[in-house]
Design a binder for this molecule. Structure first.
Ligand SMILES: Cc1cc(N2CCCCCC2)n2ncc(-c3ccc(F)cc3)c2n1
Length: 253
């Protein structure tokens, strides 16, 4: 008597339809590079590139909202940027106030929550005042988290984390045996945030420039020659679609 094999009900297995929203990267990080080059190509002063770049920030934020991205981290000012001419540093650190003066109402309307990572305290008072107000005005929003990396440097962030861990171990707030990757990540500016799923860098450069060195360990990188002021919602969606293609498993594991 042949062994009776189990049989499956002749039910039509539901094929999961891939949708536009499948495999959307939850956290997208962007190195917004190429602003100076954009201005130079046009015979404009460098600050014209930064100004145009600020307008693109607003466009890409709206696109990220519409594409259901959950966190958007933008590298706006690095610790290395302090070495630029004072006039350019002053202009750059005036952009947060200018951006928020124009676009904060629209950010609130779109349920965007604004936050920052980086060494905030040493920024100019006018910059801090504008950003503190925006953080307060958006603190209860639960839509896109718009996270500006301001006066951010990853190596500084990692050294600060190590210093604090040593302090906490010395004061018995932490014991060495409890220290692992998860506990370490809680000492970084990005504590509580998931690591970026997708990193976009514009202007053709293919390096990290001291950005999120710990957090990008498993992140997909997408590079484009397009200069940030020329970046568009079409290019942003191209990056998202490329990410979706990489993550598609066609029913496999
Ligand atoms: C320093 C800096 C530079 C800056 N650029 C424009 C984008 C291209 C890259 C550099 C220049 N942008 N663009 C938006 C902000 C900003 C920051 C915080 C905030 F709460 C609201 C807006 C910004 N901040």
């Amino acid at each position: 008597m042949p062994m009776k094999l189990p049989f499956f009900k002749n039910k039509k297995t539901k094929v999961k339809e891939e949708t536009e929203l499948d495999n959307i990267p939850e956290h997208v990080a962007i190195i917004m590079d190429g602003n100076g080059r954009w201005a130079k190509k046009r015979g404009f002063p460098r600050i014209a590139g930064h100004k145009e770049g600020m307008e693109v920030v607003k466009k890409i934020v709206n696109t990220a909202v519409n594409c259901h991205v959950k966190v958007l981290t933008l590298y706006a000012f690095s610790t290395e940027n302090w070495s630029r001419p004072k006039s350019e540093v002053d202009y750059l650190l005036g952009l947060p106030k200018e951006f928020l003066h124009i676009y904060l109402p629209e950010m609130i309307e779109n349920n965007v929550k604004i936050d920052t990572i980086g060494n905030f305290d040493v920024l100019p008072n006018h910059t801090k005042k504008a950003i503190r107000y925006a953080k307060e005005q958006t603190k209860d929003n639960d839509g896109l988290l718009l996270n500006f990396a301001l006066n951010y440097g990853s190596r500084f962030e990692i050294v600060q984390a190590i210093r604090q861990i040593i302090t906490d171990i010395d004061s018995s707030k932490l014991t060495l045996d409890k220290l692992d990757e998860h506990i370490f990540s809680e000492y970084l500016y990005t504590t509580g945030l998931s690591d970026p799923d997708l990193l976009i860098r514009t202007s053709g450069e293919q390096r990290l420039s001291n950005f999120l060195l710990w957090q990008l360990a498993y992140t997909e990188f997408w590079f484009t020659d397009v200069l940030w002021p020329d970046f568009s919602d079409e290019k942003f969606k191209e990056a998202l679609h490329d990410y979706q293609r990489r993550k598609r498993r066609y029913g496999g594991i």
